[in-house]
Design a protein around this ligand. Sequence first.
Ligand SMILES: C[S@@+](CC[C@H](N)C(=O)[O-])C[C@H]1O[C@@H](n2cnc3c(N)ncnc32)[C@H](O)[C@@H]1O
Length: 333
Amino acid sequence: MSTVSPVAQPHEIVWTLTNNVVASRSLQVVAELAVADHIAEETVSVKQLASACAADPDGLDRVLHLLSTYGIFERHADGYGHTDASRLLRSDHPMSMRAFSRMMGMPVIRASFDQLEHSVRTGSPAIELAAGDGLWPYLVGHPEEAQIFGQAMTGKAAADTAAVLGAYDLGRFDTIADIGGGRGHLLRAVLDAVPTAEGILFDLPDVIQTLDIGRDRLTARAGDFFVDPLPTADAYILMEVIHDWPDAEAAAIFTAIRRAASPGARVLIIENVLGDTESDPRGHTLDVIMLAVTGGRERTGSRLGGLLEAADFANISVIDTAGPLRIVEAVAE
Ligand SMILES: C[S@@+](CC[C@H](N)C(=O)[O-])C[C@H]1O[C@@H](n2cnc3c(N)ncnc32)[C@H](O)[C@@H]1O
């Protein structure tokens, strides 16, 4: 028998969601302080953790206690140990999510959510009140935050890459261009999986110039996809790029790709494609992040398909992966 009364349950839903920001901020602060880096296999006392992180023992204990109720860190009589989730907050974890938590805790991102009402009232991204030119120019002017952003993209993609590669055979392409590919984490994994392919990474000059490409079959091209010609390739992959933009800009990116692509080339949009009928909190969380932070949106396969068809792509299909992302494939006519 349920212990929650039918009256209490809706009340708890509203209470819990209203206060979700508390656990979220606790996680971001713990990531910022690098608490997880000071725990290895053994339990570590709160006093030691606080001293290592320049924190107040009682304040730190209270946020860690909260996180442990979500399975992030394990609370023991003599301190805290790791769980699989808290290990992901270590800086040296191969799939580290520490930078992702730090990124969502960056003042410019938090300010965007403080001003979410602006987006809801006007439809414009709230970030314009915190950083007038938007996220990308802001990152150019703030290299430390740009570095956290780049690490965050690598971390969030780490869990999705295998699912994407498992769902789609890229082995038939000789040249694969990753448009807005950031630090090239997806393209590197693609080239590992397809030893015959050449990869071209295309991103803004300020992103490309920080990279040490250092591997064969991978070249980098710096440019702005609204201004500069894109490379010619057999396949174009765009992971979580189109959702950063409103429809007009998304259409302009597709047109730029179509201009560079030979007939028969494939474009693959890899993102949290919304279902035409079903709704899930993950997709709609990202949708509101895009509303506030980039001015973009998550889209259904049909909406993406319409934009692709307008740019002379055809044969549109939506491919599920084993993870949360889907792939929308289209063929240049
Ligand atoms: C959300 S990140 C996605 C990075 C990567 N594809 C991933 O999934 O991890 C969007 C990328 O688009 C790049 N970008 C933004 N505006 C751009 C432009 N005008 N031209 C080229 N790249 C751009 C950013 O620098 C960033 O690397």
